[in-house]
Every structure is written in C-alpha cells, then in structure tokens.
Design a protein around this ligand. Structure first.
Ligand code: 8YV
Length: 314
C-alpha cells in the first residue's frame, strides 16, 4: 500500500482530470458500484470523493466513508450530492462555477436558434435530397422575440447578455426579483411562459425545482412557444412535455438534458419539432479542461490545508 491519499471517483471523469488525480492520489474508480467487496475494504481510508454534475453522492454513500474530508464536483450543478448530509459531517463540497458560463450560454442560444430556424431539420432536408422537390417550410424569427429565462444566476445572465445582441425582449423568473437585473420579473414560470416566445430553463436541479415546468407552464407557453432546457432534465416534467409536444400545446423544444440520461424516450427521438443534444452544455475542450483544473485545485487546496477555491454554501 502506498502512502498516497485515497480518493473515490464516483463518475466517469475526463482523462486529463483522471491523469492529474492519479499522479497525486490513489484513485478508486467507481468501485462502490463495480466491486462492493473491494470498496468495503478501502472505504475506511477514502478521504476525498470526486464527482461530476450527474453523479449521485447520497447520504448512504457518505455514511460509508468515515474518513471522508471533501467532495469535489466537476460541474456547476451538485444536485446529485446530499450537501446537507456532507455538511452535517463537516465535509465541504466544491463545484466548478463561472468557468462554464460562456459555454452553457452559447449552447442555450445555439439551441434557441436551432429550434427556431429548424437548422438540424434543414440539414437533414438537404442531405435527404428533399430540396430537389421544393423549398423547406418557413421557420420562426429569433431576433426581436420575447425571451423568458427561468433562473437568472450567472449562466442565466450570460444568456441574457447574448440575447441582447439579438434585440430580444428579456424577462425572467426567480424566487425573488434580482437586484441589479434590468429585465422584467415574473413571480413564477407559468406567468413568465405566458409572456414569452422562447422559455429557456437554466435553474439548478434538485428537489426545489423538480417538475417545475409542468403541463400548466407548457400550456401557458402556448402553441407558438418554444422550450429550451440547458439545466437539468428533472426541472421539466418530461411526460407532460412529450404530451404537450404531441398535442401541439407548444411549438417545439430544444433539450440538452433529460430525466434519465443517457436514455431519451423513443417517442421524443422520433419527433420532428424537437432538437436534442447529449448534455453538452459545458462540452468544449477548453471549458472541460478549466473545470478539471478547478476540480483538482479544490481537492489539492483541501489536502494542503488551504482555503477551498469554490466551496458550495450550506
Ligand atoms: C456536467 C453539468 O458536469 O456543470 C454541470 O452542472 O451538468 C455539466 O457540466 C458535465 O457534463 C460533466 O459530467
């Protein structure tokens, strides 16, 4: 046995992060799932957990790690981590805010343009040779449209910054009006949806927002309205969304996140009024490397007895 600090990776991590971790620590890669006996043997020695945005670190897992000192999440979202259970034990949780704001905002705008202008559908149209039979149907103008943002945190504001260049009429909902945010406030998602053409969801996942975008919100968005989700699949009531798309209650949806990733319901995959991407909000080399570095630096700061760079608040 080496005297390296032992950490548990609870999710598949990017190779550049894994290499960095392995150079400094003994990394047990998801053995709590793949090899429970081996996990039971090393669990008392594990001092750090490394997760990603989709990973689960429930209370039961934390309880099995008596020496746990820190949980470092590769992602801004940490809804899979039982932060209360960690903090009860005095275990800090860190995430990777800021470094991915631009990428997620870029993707939100990209998805908005894709569903409005039907870019993936147009691409398929050309590839299939359908252009030879006549023009593709007209699309929906994006510039100047009314944009509603559900969640006006750092990424929500980065989306709004970009939407300004498209001369959009911007409004938002959040738990309360945000000081210094110059856009129109609505007290809930339903009121916001009724007032906009495009509803972009970028609020944290977890119990507080589960199913927030429900049948009523979709009905309020209306048959000319589009939903864009770059947050968490759980924020949208997925069966209600499928029903709304089928019934024409909304015009279309562009989704980067789903309830049970990587499983996307076949019925959704067969629809023509959707654009679907595989949770790529932060998925550029530049941003993932920055996230990996921050994930690693938080861990290293902890074990060096230095202040954490980006701890999650209680
Ligand atoms: C994932 C994310 O962490 O930041 C988040 O909350 O959802 C993503 O950046 C990323 O896909 C790695 O799993």
């Amino acid at each position: 046995m080496s005297d390296k600090i032992e950490v548990l990776a609870v999710a598949p991590l990017m190779p550049f992060l894994m290499d960095q971790l392995r150079a400094e620590y003994t990394v047990h890669d998801r053995i709590h799932v793949s090899d429970p006996d081996a996990f039971a043997a090393v669990a008392p020695r594990i001092r750090g957990v490394v997760a990603n945005g989709e990973a689960k670190v429930p209370r039961e897992l934390i309880a099995k790690l008596p020496a746990l000192e820190v949980i470092s999440v590769f992602g801004v979202g940490y809804d899979g981590v039982d932060v209360a259970a960690a903090h009860e034990r005095g275990v800090p949780v860190t995430n990777t805010p800021e470094v991915l704001n631009d990428d997620v905002a870029d993707l939100a705008i990209g998805l908005l343009l894709s569903i409005a202008r039907r870019i993936p559908q147009a691409d398929k149209f050309v590839r299939a040779g359908s252009w030879l039979n006549g023009p593709i149907p007209l699309a929906r103008k994006a510039t100047g449209a009314r944009l509603g943002i559900v969640g006006i945190g750092r990424i929500g504001q980065a989306i709004a910054d970009r939407a300004k260049a498209f001369r959009m009429d911007i409004s938002y909902t959040a738990r309360s009006p945000r000081a210094g945010v110059p856009y129109t406030y609505y007290p809930n998602a339903e009121a916001l949806a009724a007032a906009v053409d495009f509803l972009v969801v970028i609020t944290p996942g977890g119990a507080a927002t589960r199913g927030m975008i429900d049948a009523k919100v979709l009905k309020a968005l209306g048959p000319q309205g589009y939903l864009i989700n770059v947050a968490r699949g759980t924020v949208v009531d997925q069966p209600a969304l499928i029903a709304a798309l089928q019934a024409g209650d909304i015009a279309g949806a562009a989704l980067d996140v789903f309830v049970d990733e990587p499983n996307v319901p076949a019925v959704l995959r067969e629809m023509n009024n959707v654009v679907l991407t595989p949770h790529i909000g932060s998925g550029t080399r530049q941003t993932r490397e920055a996230m990996g570095q921050l994930t690693f630096d938080n861990l290293r700061a902890h074990f060096a007895g230095q202040p954490l760079l980006t701890p999650v608040a209680s």
